[in-house]
Write a protein that binds this ligand. Sequence first.
Ligand SMILES: Nc1ncnc2c1ncn2[C@@H]1O[C@H](COP(=O)(O)OP(=O)(O)OP(=O)(O)O)[C@@H](O)[C@H]1O
Ligand SMILES: [Mg+2]
Length: 506
Amino acid sequence: MQKIEETTYLYEIAKVLTETIDLRKSLYSVLEILSRSLGMRKGTITILNPLRDEIQIEVAHGLSRSAMQRGRYKPGEGITGKVIQQGKSLVVPKISEEPSFLNRTASRRQTQEEISFICVPIKKGQQVVGSLSVDLPYDDTVDLKASERLLTVIATMLAQWVINLETLQIEKEALHQENLRLQEQLATKHRITNIIGNSNKMREVFQMISQVCRSNATVLLRGESGTGKELVANAIHFNSPRAKNTFIKVNCAALPSTLIESELFGHEKGAFTGAIKQKRGKFELANKGTIFLDEIGSIGLDVQANLLRVLQEKEFERVGGTQTIKVDVRIIAATSKNLEQAVEDETFRGDLYYRLNVFPIYLPPLRERKTDVLLLADHFLELYAGENNKDIRRLSTPAIDMLMQYHWPGNVRELENSIERAVLLCEGGVIRSYHLPPTLQTGEQSDTVPTRSLEEATASLEREMIIDALKNTRGNMAMAAELLQTTVRKFTYKAKRYGVDYRQYR
Ligand SMILES: Nc1ncnc2c1ncn2[C@@H]1O[C@H](COP(=O)(O)OP(=O)(O)OP(=O)(O)O)[C@@H](O)[C@H]1O
Ligand SMILES: [Mg+2]
């Protein structure tokens, strides 16, 4: 090639590199200029991914997308790999005579034409970051050495662009890794095994969750407040094929009817006073994921009609809009209300009820699964002791008795709160009955029945301390008395009064 032409092409290359902001696009334009100037058949720019120690084709001219994807090498592998490993350019006059030619992109199989191949390293100082290579039709009048020199100059010009591309890629990969880690964390947090329960009733619930989570079926979670409806909704989503997409929760009770409509379906600009710009609703945001409609029983009749349409047709319009929006959303609803009664009272549409009630899961109240109380209490004890850096090992027997006798109107949430409070109050290694909330002390809610008398409370505490001391000393009265810093005579008297028999603890 003549010098003057060379200069023109170099000038053109410099120009696209400075004028195009899109890195990949500018590199592609460079290959295009090379294709015109050298009559090249194919051209590729590869970069070395330092994280994976792998060379991949970043930009190519004359290669299909799938061929590009196949073009991955390890440093040292094939000609490109050698160039990158050694940092020296290689010229192959005839690739048909070159044994180390891998042809990994499988793009030269059909060509009968003889090809010359030139590959030059792209360097950042002494460090190789990638390569530039071209396929030229073989021509014995062409001075390949001259072409190699020209490519080396171009590779130098490209270096900064390739480095930037590499940096971008590393950042992208780091983000991707971070995303995977967060997803993993969410999945771990919402494992079905994190829902505690061993009672028959809860086993049925687990069975149902694992049956339904893989499907797209609408799930209706029923149960009193605090029984774990939200927990189960999370578990279903994060164990479903939609786990990688969004999980959006809407509390239908927290919003007035007028707002809930725009919250769910979005609105167009100017749809009502205050609608200053277009807003996408929760259904749109949850596309490909799951929407959790909490407290569905509180939703007004006007919104129910639109909701029914989404359930049936998977489509809706934004408030004040005419465009029909289609979504792919899995619906999980929850309610503590008696929906059947609401249907009868005509405050809840029957057709909507049937649409929602495809796969109901009933979460039993805690009082109907007493065997879970201890399991849950231990679970929360470990959780909150850990959170508060306290070394609390167990619950005392009287405390356990109290937990077992109580009827838990606030269900698991109330139990969780009680244990958290006890952990905060507790100074030793054991949760005692007096660490538990006063509501539990009487077995009745404190606002209906007064708490017990001072005498009763003292007696219960004394009895508890005596039993603990006997346990710790294996029924040795003298040692137990000493432990409590009292005399054997007083200790024996009190033990007898509270009906505690030291022989039981031997
Ligand atoms: N089986 C369980 N195992 C562990 N934690 C549970 C269990 N059930 C409920 N919880 C915990 O109890 C608390 C209340 O649960 P959740 O919010 O899911 O109840 P809910 O049924 O949605 O109540 P509400 O109707 O009042 O909204 C949460 O902190 C939850 O983690
Ligand atoms: Mg809830």
